[in-house]
Design a protein around this ligand. Sequence first.
Ligand code: FRU
Length: 537
Amino acid sequence: MKRNKLSVGQKFLLLSISLTLITSAMTVVAEEIYHEKHRPQFHYSPHQQWMNDPNGMVYYEGEYHLFYQYNPYNNIWGPMHWGHAVSKNMLNWEELPIALFPDNHGAIFSGSAVIDWKNTSGFGTTKNPPMVAIFTYHDHLAENLKQKTYQTQGLAYSLDKGRSWTKYEGNPVLTSPDIPDFRDPKVSWYEPGKKWIMTLAVKDRISFYSSKNLKNWTHESDFGQGIGGHGGVWECPDLIKMKVKGTDEEKYVLLVSINPGGPNGGSGTQYFVGDFDGKEFVLETGFSELLASDVDTSPELIKDGIWLDYGTDNYAGVTWADVPATDERKLFIGWMNNWQYANKLPTNRWRGAMTIPRELQLVKAKQGYRVYSVPVAEIENQHELLESNENLVVKKHLDVTKALGLDTVTQRTTLSVDLQKAKVLRVIVENDKDRLIFTIDRNKKQFQLDRSASGIVDFDSMFSQIQLAPLVDDVGMFTMDFFVDESSIEIFVNNGQTVFTSLLFPESPYQRVLLETDDTVLLKSAVGYGIEPLWIK
Ligand code: FRU
């Protein structure tokens, strides 16, 4: 075959044209990532593939670390690694290379990380304390062979701010007695006993273990059999010492994720309030009876637990370790998803996102101790106040977006309403085709979230079900803080007393917020904010 020979000049020209084409193609790809349809703009999601639970959340030298359950090979759940991202403000994230890979003990399931300040583990020095990850090994091979002890706990450490990791050669450090569900260690330092406490999910209970060096663990006690929600297996616990808001009183809050058996189906996170003495968690006297007073109002909503979030999509959330003592906040992030349909979400390059970071507050409410969730204050630094309006009388109907002089739904909308004699208020978030309805129903003493016509809903039948929460302490005044991203809404009612986190997949962005009511109400204030995309960093 005869070929045309190219001169050196022609070859050079061709080469530089191809290089230009390749570089510009790469630029196009880079620009497209993070701007795909439904890609969250102010919630963390990995640049590609599957993500579930947040793991190893620890603060060190100015960085919040977020590790997470990650499958680098596919956009569905699979062989688990720990993905990794860092941020200075919990909002602008930089994705780093994968931190932990599976090894001969198994895949890397959920767990936590701590800074071992006193170098109790000997992995570092007191001058350069190790960052230690404590995680569950899941041995798929042993599981297939029907062995019972396929979940064990392992350690890895980093001496360079989480950038590189060494697995401990003595792994695993804790093996299950003979219960297969034995996972998700959350470790924290217990100062009065000068020891580490591991809070571990063991099927239908939480087991507490203690250790002086993170390597040798002693079983201390169990909590939870027959108490609280048991519609599914217990997972991803967190034991948090909290000050009761506005006082110096201290209590321990135990978060327990459960799947299925959540308040509105599938996954959910319940909590317990009590005391902890380094050995045992003792439930606050009357905590279950206090729960019963909620039950009086709407028994079907409670499902035997007290829930952190009534939306279907906040799971496996825990708090950051080692937040500086000067910052007394308990900072939380959850996986914005539900195992019921997590593998079927209509996204492609990536699948899975985190909630916005929240501060958990322990409040002594009328019904007893309650955990409220509020968006972290750092969000206000990413804000732009777009428009606000005050004291609007709503006679059955108001287009809030128009009243604000806007033509689209803002990322954050804060509404404060005095319902007066009205019994029902509906907040509708819609475009010409899709609509989402959030209802305050004082007759039924309920909040309702209806996403059945919010966009793409047909990938799972549960996705269209109405989500309910009990309406307690009704004094007729409500503040509602709505965060609307490309594929989610988070609603914080009355300063985080009731929260709904919910995924949404509208065909096109929502354009309007409307109010509808059965009587005249006063919209005391309406504020619309824009939130900077987190990818700009
Ligand atoms: C919770 C969970 C954990 C487990 C991990 C596996 O969502 O089931 O219990 O460690 O996910 O990816």
